[in-house]
Design a protein around this ligand. Structure first.
Ligand SMILES: Cc1ncc(COP(=O)(O)O)c(C=O)c1O
Length: 428
């Protein structure tokens, strides 16, 4: 990380803002004057460029109707493939290995339908016990679809402390019964980064297919999926990539697997030049486009076009440098300002293992989050006792971090949180 000597004063926060090479990106986003948004790890903010791209696509629909598929600023028929070129640097892959499609959950189904091939004893899936529930539900149903029992065929690596998953324990779980692995790149609660390179090497030594759910890492950390030889990956684009609620997700399939028939097929799996021949025998695309299903949700992927422009201008290296610095700064402030108030930092402290958000544990977490919101700071709560705070490199400032921690300190010292029930709302 950059040279940096912590100082708890507001003046120091302002000094860090002045030195911030990415500060100019903040004005690209719709930020509310009276709000400090620290929830970009759940739903990223709208940028003016994302809005513009969506309006451009609406304009094609307005003015061209059906011809928008092949004309206009972003002809829709090729847009999913085109976006891959702009996404490639964020995942460290060749553009033909990537496609914007579906959602994380759908893409997990697609990857398991394509790559999970139980044979004799080698028939189990390995995951971890802290992963996001949707991943587990999808794997369980894929096991059932193969006529097997998820109770015996889904093995979940245990956490030693309820926060982290040790790579050694995962490797220990790679027995000769395992054929397929799905793990998070960054754990959604503790923000721990798993060592994807090492885990991929170890899985391959044992003849196991391995893939990662990048929801909490894409746009926050660097990936080298092709170089690491990862078999597949899936992600959403609505968190750090700021492409809007429920926007279209993405997937990556390593070059060596391209050509493998999609487990779940649809007419958009087709080679583009064959698709409108309307044959009843599919000729799958030769690139990752083969793992699409039906018509892309054009209006839900349009914002990504504008959003990725910003990422390509800022560069993922610079974004990661700032993310590490601003999360380090937030942890330093927490340690300095919130001592003896019942908080524990639950994310890894080490730069190599820390993703883009801070995970603050407290037994009153649910109602502390409610008090933060009333005070204009937007965190999110994760059961049972976690407050996630994401100072996002593209649009958060060091002075916002400073102010948030002061507000949190006041909430604790004045016991403001006691006005609320310690129970989560419907959404977080
Ligand atoms: C790690 C992780 N995996 C999967 C999902 C589910 O994504 P989707 O609802 O877009 O399928 C989420 C959603 O937040 C997530 O955080």
């Amino acid at each position: 990380m950059n040279e940096y000597k912590f100082d708890p004063s507001y003046a120091f926060a302002c000094q860090l803002d002045q030195q911030d090479k990415l500060a100019s990106f903040q004005k690209e986003f719709y930020k509310k004057e009276d709000t400090i948004y620290l929830d970009g790890n759940s739903l990223g903010l709208l940028s003016r460029r994302a809005e513009k791209a969506l309006l451009d696509v609406l304009d094609s629909w307005k003015n061209k109707g059906i011809d928008g598929w092949t004309e206009g600023k972003y002809p829709w028929f090729h847009i999913s493939e085109q976006i891959s070129n702009w996404l490639a640097p964020l995942v460290g892959a060749f553009s033909e290995e990537i496609i914007v499609t579906g959602s994380t959950t759908i893409n997990i189904h697609q990857m398991a339908a394509t790559f999970y091939e139980p044979k004799g004893k080698k028939s189990k899936i390995l995951a971890d016990e802290l992963t996001f529930p949707s991943d587990i539900y999808a794997l369980q149903s894929q096991i059932e679809l193969k006529g097997l029992d998820p109770h015996t065929h889904l093995v979940q690596v245990k956490s030693r402390d309820g926060r982290l998953i040790e790579e050694d324990d995962i490797i220990h779980g790679m027995t000769d019964e395992i054929t397929f692995i799905l793990l998070p790149s960054v754990l959604y609660r503790s923000g721990q980064i798993l060592d994807m390179k090492r885990l991929t090497e170890e899985a391959h030594k044992r003849g196991i297919i391995i893939g990662f759910d990048l929801c909490h890492s894409i746009g926050a950390i660097k990936h080298e999926l092709s170089e690491w030889n990862v078999d597949f990956a899936v992600w959403c684009n609505y968190k750090y990539l700021n492409s809007g609620p429920g926007s279209v997700g993405g997937l990556y399939v390593n070059k060596k697997h391209l050509g493998r028939s999609p487990g779940l097929a649809g007419w958009f799996s087709s080679r583009k030049d064959k698709q409108f021949d309307m044959e009843h025998v599919l000729t799958p695309a030769e690139d990752a486009g083969a793992y699409q299903l039906g018509t892309p949700h054009i209006l839900s992927l349009a914002p990504l076009i504008g959003s990725l422009e910003l990422f390509n201008e800022a560069g993922i290296e610079q974004l990661r440098i700032k993310s590490l610095k601003i999360t380090r700064y937030m942890m330093d402030l927490i340690e300095h300002e919130l001592k003896d108030r019942g908080f524990t930092i639950g994310n890894p402290l080490d730069d190599l293992r820390r993703g883009g958000h801070i995970y603050l544990e407290h037994k009153e977490a649910a109602r502390i989050c409610k008090a933060l919101k009333v005070n204009g700071v937007i965190p999110d709560f994760r059961s049972p006792n976690g407050i996630r705070l994401a100072p996002v490199a593209l649009y958060n400032s060091y002075s916002e971090v400073w102010k948030s921690i002061q507000i949190l300190k006041k909430i604790m010292d004045e016991e403001q949180y006691k006005q609320f029930e310690n129970k989560r709302e419907v959404v977080a």
